[in-house]
Ligand binder design. Structure first.
Ligand code: B3K
Ligand code: ZN
Length: 877
């Protein structure tokens, strides 16, 4: 097999021909669907006359081809594995093709496929080329008219983008519906659905008074699980009008839920297709986290209608143009709808764990990559989350009002166009008058910048001297790093008053909280008139996606934990404090020394519990210890057993000493109120469940009783799942087994609940976790063809069960490699993603390194998809 070739950003050229209008017709049959396409083409004015017409196409069986009604002779075109070339074409013409495809054989879930007997599509990034011959690139934007033909009994519902304009009956029990989408779009936004679906319907009146019909299409048994998604959609539509002045632009907006889906959801114009896990909720089947995830994904896909669809990407290197901006938009929406500080803590904490790890590993890439082999591998935390952080920094740099004017300018100037990241940033530069040229490095430079900060208080002169030094580590293919423009939001908290002191920098009064701009490799800031010795509070609200080090003492951190006016940094001070204790305990464990709990940590936690908080969700976050994954990220060499032992020790020590406080917290936040996914209730539930985790940490009678009772009460899935997880992760199999059995039997009919059942079992720390994975892979509710199952069982085990995944005998690595090898054939996109934990081998001891690399080599010896090939090559480079 020939090596897959990379595509480079610097090779971009406009397409030789563009499509102005696309007419499609589908005759849906599982093994042989006929697709007719009529493309109205014209030469691109910037491209030379006489170029051949090259269309992308994969796994298509060409049945006929004609230009302007004239069938082509065999020598007038040529076919390859990747497409079709017509050697000579006029300046403007119509191309008619007919192809045959086999949706039932499509296990990659890209293009047109079947999920539970229902036809659906996923075209982003390059799935449309598996449907018909086409210039499958985002800078070709056309209007679409689509006729879908299907069996009337089996496929009563036939959907596509835009508005339905015609429907009718056909011979042989078939019927058809024709859809027209008046908005020019790239083919990656094309969608089609055919199935036996039911809908819930609602309406939304836009700010200009237009009525929009909102529909959510699901399998009949799920009709009762759509309410939250619908409510979220309406809130998102309103929010985008109020916050960004963006109105919806069709008369119909549809969401369809499908069970087999590679990602969360897809923003197809007017016809969003969702992984059922990202749309269906019910208090009995979905946790608070799932409710919030549905809210944010529904909003995210809706927001793409402007940031992505109306204004799209010129090429896939610009992916973060739509994803980074849209994630930023959905984060702000969720912050407005829930607890804003908690949203920031959750996002930043996830970011510092998972994106930092990506940035430090062999697949690190810039927010705008300059080459790729398989674009499907670039739907990453860097493109999405770091992209969103970069947009957030822009917003903070220019201020919200100006950012909004920049966004208006961007949408107006580029409406209906396919553009670049420069186009977006230049709008922000234009409205603000700021020079953002150094800032652009955030898009081209990979790796997490590290800031080393030092501060000194000069009593005699009442000055505080702060020095910041930045450096971005080397990443694959990028040895040379330039200093970035980094906004550092900060305050100086007076150690006497506990208040933010006023900041006077170079004669300028900045108030009590300010953003300082780090542009040089090293820069010093002298604050004058500092009336008392301060502790600096740096990078408030995680103002830049960097790793910040400051030599805080434990006393400093306990002080910030109690006094910082910035909620995010109060939380962060607690995390840093816990990390210092954890570091000592990890060392003690490794050296075989007795572990001793630092009383200062216990006292800081006690103070936290005594003070309480108005925002219960924030307090719950503060009482949560850094995750094993985050702790690992902070260690030079990852010792999973020491990390697990240290964290368990801290948890148990706190549980013993602060038992009464946790008990009181648990009692105070119990409730029999009917479940609602409202911020107040969610906050109280998280606090109660954090308390329960501590009460159960030492597995005494009382803890067990409370946990068992919460499980039996069966009030809502958040509480039931939490209790079941505590039982399953305890050493008390005699309690866990009957509960797991009861739960598994009760929910055997509900795939989304079974996925939760898989995850909570395979993440247990007990040594039998790997055996459970193997056993559950044979469970009737598990299928290798269902990405949710893979993520719930294999993904959860490999990413969340660190002690068992990194077993010293390498058996878990072997299992993961076996799964990757099988999935490489079935679903390359999911397979490539699953390899991630093996690619992080550099962080482990030599024996584990050898075992992990051995499995990567074993994968490499297979006949690989470009997706898996690219990841494995990088991991072994
Ligand atoms: N744009 C889609 C991503 C689909 C990519 C699949 N290869 C989901 C989203 O970001 O909204
Ligand atoms: Zn998106």
């Amino acid at each position: 097999m020939s090596e897959p070739k990379p595509t480079f950003l610097h090779d971009y050229r406009p397409p030789a021909y563009r499509v102005t209008h696309t007419e499609l017709s589908f005759d849906l049959e599982p093994g042989a669907t006929r697709v007719k396409a009529s493309l109205h083409l014209e030469r691109h004015p910037q491209r030379e006359a006489g170029s051949p017409l090259m269309l992308d196409g994969e796994q298509l069986e060409l049945k006929s081809i004609a230009i302007d009604g004239q069938p082509l002779d065999d020598d007038e075109y040529s076919l390859s594995e990747t497409g079709l070339t017509v050697h000579r074409v006029p300046e403007r013409f119509r191309l008619d093709t007919e192809v045959e495809i086999a949706p039932e054989e499509n296990t990659a879930l890209e293009g047109l496929y079947l999920s539970n007997g229902m036809y659906c599509t996923q075209c982003e990034a390059e799935g449309f080329r598996r449907i018909t011959f086409y210039p499958d690139r985002p800078d070709v934007m056309a209007t679409f008219s689509t006729t879908v033909i299907g069996d009337q009994a089996r496929l009563p519902v036939l959907l596509s983008n835009g508005n339905p304009v015609e429907r009718g009956e056909l011979p042989n029990g078939k019927h058809f519906v024709t859809w027209e989408d008046p908005h020019p779009k790239p083919c990656y936004l094309f969608a089609l659905v055919g199935g036996d679906l039911k809908k819930v319907e609602d309406r939304f009146t836009t700010m200009s008074g237009r009525e929009v019909a909102l529909q959510i299409w699901v399998e009949e048994e799920n009709l009762g699980k759509t309410g939250h998604a619908m409510a979220s959609l309406k809130r998102a539509m309103k929010w985008d009008e109020e916050t960004y002045g963006r109105e919806y632009d069709l008369d119909l907006f549809m969401i369809v839920a499908v069970n087999d889906f590679n990602m969360g959801a897809m923003e197809n114009k007017g016809l969003n297709i969702f992984n059922s896990a990202a749309v269906l909720t019910h208090p009995k089947t979905a946790t608070d986290v799932a409710f919030q995830r549905v809210e944010s994904i529904v909003a995210h896909e809706y927001f793409h209608n402007w940031s992505g669809n109306r204004v799209t990407c010129r090429d896939w290197f610009q992916l973060s143009l739509k994803e980074g901006f849209t994630v930023f938009r959905d984060q702000c929406f969720s912050a407005d709808a829930n607890s804003a500080p908690v949203k920031r803590i959750e996002d930043a904490s996830f970011f510092r764990t998972a994106q930092f790890a990506e940035d430090a590993g062999p697949t690190a890439h810039p927010v705008r990559p300059d080459h790729y082999i398989e674009i499907g591998n670039f739907y990453t935390l860097t493109i999405y989350e770091k992209g969103a952080e970069v947009v957030r920094m822009l917003c903070n740099l220019v201020g919200w009002e100006t950012f909004r004017r920049g966004s208006d300018l961007y949408f107006e100037r580029f409406d209906g166009q396919a553009v670049t990241i420069e186009d977006f940033v230049s709008c922000m530069a234009e409205v603000s008058g700021l020079d953002l040229s150094q800032f652009m490095r955030w898009y081209s430079q990979a790796g997490t910048p590290e800031i080393d900060a030092y501060g000194e208080y000069d009593y005699a002169n009442a000055e505080y001297h702060l020095t910041l030094r930045q450096r971005t580590p080397v990443t694959p293919g990028q040895a040379d790093k330039q200093p970035l423009h980094i906004p550092v939001r900060m305050g100086l908290v007076g150690t006497k008053s506990g208040r933010d002191l006023s900041l006077n920098l170079e004669g300028e009064d900045l108030g009590t909280a300010a953003v300082i701009h780090l542009r040089e490799a090293e820069q010093s800031f002298v604050f004058t008139d500092v009336s008392e010795a301060p502790v600096p509070s740096l990078l408030r609200g995680f103002s830049a996606p960097v790793q910040l080090r400051f030599p805080y003492s434990r006393e400093d951190l306990a002080f910030l934990l109690a006094n910082d006016s910035d909620g995010f940094n109060r939380w962060d001070a607690g995390q840093r404090l816990a990390m210092l204790a954890l570091d000592d305990l990890i060392a003690a464990h490794r050296n075989g020394v007795e572990k001793v709990m630092d009383p200062r940590i216990v006292e800081a936690f006690r103070a936290l519990l005594e003070r309480g908080s108005d925002d219960k969700a924030v307090l719950a976050e503060m009482l949560t210890l850094p995750s094993e994954a985050y702790i690992a990220e902070q260690q030079p060499l990852v010792d999973v057993d020491a990390i697990h032992a240290a964290r368990t020790f801290v948890k148990q020590s706190l549980a013993v000493t602060l038992r009464d406080e946790f008990m009181a917290l648990f009692e105070a936040n119990r409730s029999d109120e009917p479940y609602a996914p409202e911020p107040e209730q969610i906050g109280a539930r998280s606090l109660k469940n954090v308390a329960l985790s501590y009460l159960m940490a030492i597995e005494d009678e009382q803890g067990i009783e409370l946990t068992q009772a919460q499980f039996d009460a069966d009030h809502n899935m958040t509480d039931v799942r939490h209790a079941l997880t505590l039982l399953t992760h305890s050493s008390r199999d005699e309690l866990a087994d009957p509960a797991l059995r009861a739960f598994g039997e009760k929910w055997a009919h509900d795939p989304l609940v079974m996925d939760q059942w898989f995850s909570l079992q395979v993440t247990r720390p007990q040594a039998d976790a790997l055996d459970r994975v193997k056993f559950l892979m044979a469970h009737p509710a598990f299928s290798m063809k269902n990405p949710n199952n893979i993520r719930a069982l294999i993904g959860a085990f490999a990413n969340q069960n660190r002690v068992n995944f990194h077993r010293a005998d390498g058996e878990s690595y072997r299992l993961l490699a076996d799964v990757v090898i099988e999935l490489n054939r079935l679903n390359p996109e999911v397979a490539a993603r699953l390899i991630t934990p093996l690619t992080r081998w550099q962080r482990f001891d030599e024996a584990r390194q050898g075992l992990m690399k051995g499995e990567l080599e074993r994968i490499r010896a297979e006949r690989l998809s470009p997706n898996v090939y690219e990841v494995v090559e990088k991991a072994l480079a």
